[in-house]
Design a protein. Sequence first.
Length: 165
Amino acid sequence: MQIEYLENKISPDFIKLCNPEWNESISEDEAFINALKLADEFWKVYIKHAIAEVEAIELILNKMDKCKACYLVFDKEMPYKKAIKLSNNTKIKYFIFKSRREGYDVRIITDLCKFKDELVRAKDIDTARNLTGLIDLLYVDVHGKLCCTKTLESAIGIVKYNEEK
């Protein structure tokens, strides 16, 4: 998986940018040394991100295997799209993440599902709150794939509302 992640990540154009410009008074050797330092820093950051994504995938897949509900709750946002592609779990439709901003993000993770039309088409957030009975509802995405709430209880509540027939 990590090899796939690192494929085609350095462009020859990036390396060319490190060559001395016509108005610089450094040698090509100095420019090359600077390019090596820059590439070294780039790879450190890139590998850090790759490791974080692989760890997230493992954590998500393990949690998905044990889940009996149609949603999972995470205490922080993490990359999840590759984990979904790798999972055979078709029961889980929602991920709830503690938001970096405020409250909780409820994301629909399957193309076969979206938030109810009456919720998505509500004229304003107060109308959406009245429909759901959730005063902590903060935001509803116009595409029906994301809702934001102030509390975890409301995040779970929006999932339950959406699952009602």
